[in-house]
Structures are given as structure tokens and as C-alpha cells.
Design a protein around this ligand. Sequence first.
Ligand SMILES: C[S@@+](CC[C@H](N)C(=O)[O-])C[C@H]1O[C@@H](n2cnc3c(N)ncnc32)[C@H](O)[C@@H]1O
Length: 322
Amino acid sequence: MSYLQATNDLYKEAALTPDVGLCCTTNPIWELPGLKIPRIMQEMNYGCGSTVHARDLSNNPKMLYVGVGGGMELLQFSYFNRQKGGVVGVDVVDEMLQASSDNFKIAEEENDWFRSEFVDLKKGDALNLPVEDNSIDVAAQNCLFNIFKEEDLKRAIEEMYRVLKPHGKLVMSDPTCEQEMNSVLRNDDRLRALCLSGSLPIKQYVKALTDVGFGTIEIRARKPYRILDPKNYPTDELIYIESIEVAAIKDPMPEDGPCIFTGKAAIYFGDEDYFDDHKGHVLLKNQPLAVCDKTAGALGSLERDDIFISESTYHYDGGGCC
Ligand SMILES: C[S@@+](CC[C@H](N)C(=O)[O-])C[C@H]1O[C@@H](n2cnc3c(N)ncnc32)[C@H](O)[C@@H]1O
């Protein structure tokens, strides 16, 4: 049986019998005026962060959500786009599509603004999306892509890139791990499907996105996720897994490489009112400017004693240099 089949089987089970401990997100449930998340959706929250960020969602964007789970994030996305078919939800597991559809009926009863028709549920595979080219403003996936092995991950990202409109956003949350995972862990289909042993280091995860062509990357959050310990898993050392929230934007690739925002800022504290690098970056005195890693590197290489560049905070919330 392939690892993809093992994944389908695991999520069929998780659709039929909700498993509260399946993925572990420390995110609080969104509280927005008039939004009520049904209990069953909370129990079927199989994500590892949030892909719902209000600042992505103005002007009724056309949205795509791949790997629907219990439907919680689709309901949250619908909150921002209350139109028939405003959110397309794709999943390869029939039972998960049925479970989310049932959960939307409960959501209708608890939210007077919501109608099930706001979500267009489609059977389909992340590796071959049933969605037209250049048709989506905001695409999202939460805790699915980490399961994919290298070639499938590339394919899944290419599919998201294909369906996004120019400047559209792919918003994601996935586990990441900076430690080496041994091959027993890597090749354990069940641990992979459980979002435990497929995770990549952040740099490699980001490279998979920029290799496909996304010109801007934002790392929005980085949090503790899980531990694989030698008593319970086939590993000699304790492995620490984090989860990140990332947006990949279908901006053209800059000639000098992608803009990757990891939460760095530059602060000019010299004698003038501002510092201008004449490459589009103006640092007002004593005001932090969020900079991508490329700009941080370029400013750092000037070796000035009046520009401070912070470490990556892995918390970027916009307003950056490019
Ligand atoms: C870890 S769960 C995450 C569910 C949801 N995103 C959440 O945050 O609760 C993975 C989801 O992806 C679906 N899935 C698994 N393989 C898939 C594939 N190849 N294409 C599309 N969906 C898939 C599963 O059925 C399940 O709904």
C-alpha cells in the first residue's frame, strides 16, 4: 500500500470517528462577531496552526481550501466571503467530504449568516486539483503538504501555483523540524500521515515554494508542535517538531531572488533624518522597517555602525520593504 493510500485510510477513520488528539494546534479558536464554531468542527480540527488571516480576505476573494477536515477553516473563510461558492473545498476522502458537509448543516443552525452553499465541496486530489488555472485569489492548506514526499510536495505546490491568479496567496500551516529524521521515521507511512515524520526544516520548506516560482514568502508564525521521544517512537534522540504559518505569494520572481520575510527588521539610528540605500529602501530614523532576508543581508553587508538588523522573529505581519 502506498503512503498516499495509508493517508486516505487514516483520514477516512478520522472522518468517521473524530479524533481530538490527531493534530495539535495551540491556536485559540477564532472569535469574531457572530461566528460560532460548532463543537464537532472543533473536535475535528486536524490542523497545526491557522490559515485564516483577516488581512488576506478583503474584497470577497475567491478562495480554495485543500484538505477540508471537519470544515472549520472553510466556515471561517466563508465568514469573509458570504457568497454562493465563495470557497471551494477539495478533499480526496469521500468520508471527509461527507463529514464536513454534515458539519456545515450544524454550522447553519448556529450561525444565522451562514449557508452551506457558500462552500463548494469537490472531490479531488491536491496533486491534480479540479480547479481552473489563474482563478483563485487565496488558496489554503493546513497540515496536509507536510505528509507529501518530495516529488508529490513539488507537484502539490505546482498545482496551487497554477490555480492562483497573479499576486494570489497560498496560505499554509505545516509542521517543520530542524533535526534530522531517521529513515525509519521518514518511511513510516502512518507517522507521516499523522503529520509527524514528513516535516522539513524551514529553509527546505521555503525553497520548495520558491523553486516553483513564488516570488514572495512570509513566515507569519512559528510555534512548538510535538515531541517524538525514544520511548514512544523509533528514534534514539528526542525530536522537537514546530509548526509554522506561511504565505507564499504569486509575485513575479525578482531577478535577484525571492523576498523571504522571516520577521527581521532594520533600524537606522544615525545622525540624519533617514537612510536611503537608493534601492527602494528608506529607513526613517529610529523606526523599524520590516525587511526580507535579502534586504537584511544587503544592508548588513554595508557594515554601517548606525543600522541595526534584528534576528528573524518568525512573526511577520506585513508592511515590509518590498
Ligand atoms: C491533517 S488533515 C487537515 C484537515 C484540515 N485542513 C484541518 O486543518 O483541520 C488532512 C486533510 O487532507 C485530506 N487529504 C489527504 N490526502 C489528500 C490529498 N491527496 N488531496 C486532498 N486532500 C487530501 C484529508 O482527508 C484531511 O481532510
